[in-house]
Design a protein around this ligand. Structure first.
Ligand code: DAT
Ligand code: MG
Length: 149
């Protein structure tokens, strides 16, 4: 089962979209395994976005992610990485498909509401960066057999 770190970033929290994001992932059939609401530290922000260090947008990206609280979650499911990024939509909201979160709620790449891990390896790595093992819950739902083949 793949895991994805999902963040509702400061703009999404400020705009009252935490429930909307959770609702869409729940309806997709994904299973929530961890959640916390936090103000991100400079150190965590830099580690999370280390791959973007040196890019022109990096300073703005760090400033944005630490500017106000975020909702951090780990979701799991078969094909969770691709499925969740599909639900989020393309990084640049003007390229996001209609019906996706970034299409429906965003206009600018630097205010694109959510983060979601981009590979199964990064899903595991980011989940471990943001959550202690004991903060993640291993559980099953009665309905799982109707969602997971
Ligand atoms: P994603 O969040 O879809 O995984 P990414 O990992 O390429 O996208 O970039 C991380 C975030 O950085 C992205 O959500 C918004 C910001 N970003 C990316 N490219 C940008 C650019 N060209 N200008 C401004 N911000 C950018
Ligand atoms: Mg990314």
């Amino acid at each position: 089962m793949e895991h994805s770190l999902v963040l509702v970033k400061p703009d999404g929290v400020q705009r009252g979209l935490v429930g909307e994001v959770i609702s869409r992932l729940e309806r997709r059939g994904l299973r929530l395994v961890g959640a916390k609401f936090l103000q991100v530290s400079q150190a965590l922000a830099e580690e999370h976005y280390a791959v973007h260090k040196g890019k022109s947008f990096y300073p703005g990206l760090i400033a944005y992610i630490i500017s106000a609280p975020v909702m951090a979650m780990v979701w799991e499911g078969p094909n969770a990485i691709v499925a969740i990024r599909q639900t989020m939509g393309a990084t640049r909201p003007w390229e996001a498909a209609p019906g996706t979160i970034r299409h429906d709620f965003a206009l600018e790449v630097g205010r694109n509401i959510t983060h979601a891990s981009d590979s199964p390896e990064n899903g595991e790595k980011e989940a471990a960066l943001w959550f202690k093992p004991e903060e993640m819950v291993s559980w099953s739902r009665d309905i799982d057999k109707w969602i997971f083949e």
